[in-house]
Design a protein around this ligand. Structure first.
Ligand SMILES: [Zn+2]
Length: 374
């Protein structure tokens, strides 16, 4: 194992600043530091994929939202009973409101292959990545907690594994070759990484690639003093699976409102979530013509509302509108598409590619419907 002090990195480009992680291997992952001259964010990827074109984006010359003054924030980061620190509303927040937006400190491809002596647990690789980050970002990084035992896991990979959120490093709309498994990235954020989990989350975390920022959208109205939560697990899984996943990956037993209900209510909730999952699977993966009836769609929509799952609600509305179009139910399909647009706007904002796609579809089908009326 390499001692932490041994530097295996080497600068391969000064502007933008790019360093190779390990000079012993030509194909070793690289570190790109942005914005140029400030290095508040490190992007970790292979040299061929390192997003140096991203370095030229005009957004980097704009101030990062996370620099906004403290009193503009609609939340406090404070101690939440039994959960460590969390995000709590300091004023009433309306559904669909952007609660917070900030750039990641660290963004890395999940499937990187490093040298044998740079393991997941010894921290050598990750410390090398942090080395050239700005002092401000380093401080924000080390302010986060690790849930891993320090004897087995270096603090740096411990912090990353405990706090990372999913990042989508392509604009899905313009990139037809986007492969979700291959292009999976993890991101660490100074504030968003502090938002705790709930199986009925009050907010939705969304990564907006065009502004390279993580965003937090209120999925429901949130009262003063209420904790703001997101999900760390697929919500359409039954309670036992969600809790097992969270215990395995995040080291806690979920005691959210959806998990601590009496057995009978828990069973009913599980049945709705399993039903929703099965229907979404069929909608996403079966070829047209679809084998889903309008009644089933309406039932699934009701389940998403009962379970207060706003992202799933948006998906059911979107896929449902496509199915209804195939059935020739054009007016209902248009209505569902418009509701899907509103639903995605609420949880992902105007920058969402789902919103833009629905706007384009509206322009095409909307004019068809007008022609039909004439
Ligand atoms: Zn839960």
């Amino acid at each position: 194992m390499l001692p932490h002090s041994k530097d295996t990195t080497h600068i391969v480009s000064a502007n933008p600043l790019v360093a190779i992680s390990d000079t012993r291997y030509e194909d070793a992952p690289c570190f790109l530091y942005l914005p140029v001259g400030r290095a508040d964010t490190v992007v970790v990827d292979y040299r061929r994929d390192i997003l140096s074109k991203v370095a030229e984006w005009p957004i980097w010359s704009l101030p990062d939202d996370s620099l906004a003054s403290l009193d503009k924030r609609p939340y406090n980061i404070e101690v939440v009973p039994d959960k460590g620190k969390g995000m709590v509303a300091r004023r009433e927040i309306r559904a669909g409101e952007l609660i917070w937006s900030e750039r990641p400190i660290y963004a890395a491809r999940r499937t990187l292959t490093c040298a044998a002596d740079q393991t997941d647990t010894n921290g050598v690789f990750y410390r090398a990545a942090l080395q050239r980050l700005s002092p401000r970002s380093k401080e924000a990084f080390f302010a986060l907690a690790s849930a891993y035992p320090p004897a087995e896991f270096d603090i740096v990979p411990g912090i990353l594994n405990t706090n990372c959120l999913e990042i989508c490093m392509s604009d899905a709309e313009s990139d037809e070759h986007h492969d979700p498994a291959e292009d999976s990235y993890a991101g660490l954020f100074p504030t968003l990484s502090r938002v705790n989990h709930s199986c009925t989350p009050s907010a939705n975390y969304f990564f907006a690639f065009p502004t390279f920022s993580g965003q937090l959208w209120a999925a429901h109205d949130i009262a003063v003093g209420e904790e703001i939560t997101i999900t760390y697990t697929p919500l359409t899984a039954p309670r036992i699976e969600r809790r097992a996943f969270l215990a395995r990956t995040r080291f806690f037993v979920c005691a959210c409102p959806a998990c601590i209900v009496p057995p009978r209510q828990a069973e009913a909730s599980d049945a709705r979530r399993i039903g929703m999952c099965a229907l979404l699977e069929r909608l996403q993966h079966t070829r047209f013509p679809p084998c889903v009836s309008q009644e089933e769609l309406e039932q699934a929509l009701e389940w998403t509302e009962d379970e207060k799952m706003m992202v799933e609600r948006a998906k059911v509305l979107l896929y449902g509108s496509q199915v209804l179009t195939v059935y020739g139910e054009l007016r209902t399909a248009m209505d569902w598409a418009m509701r899907a647009r509103d639903a995605f706007r609420m949880v992902e904002g105007e920058g969402s590619c789902n919103v833009r796609r629905l706007d384009d579809a509206d322009r095409v089908h909307g004019s068809d419907l007008l022609k039909e009326q004439e």
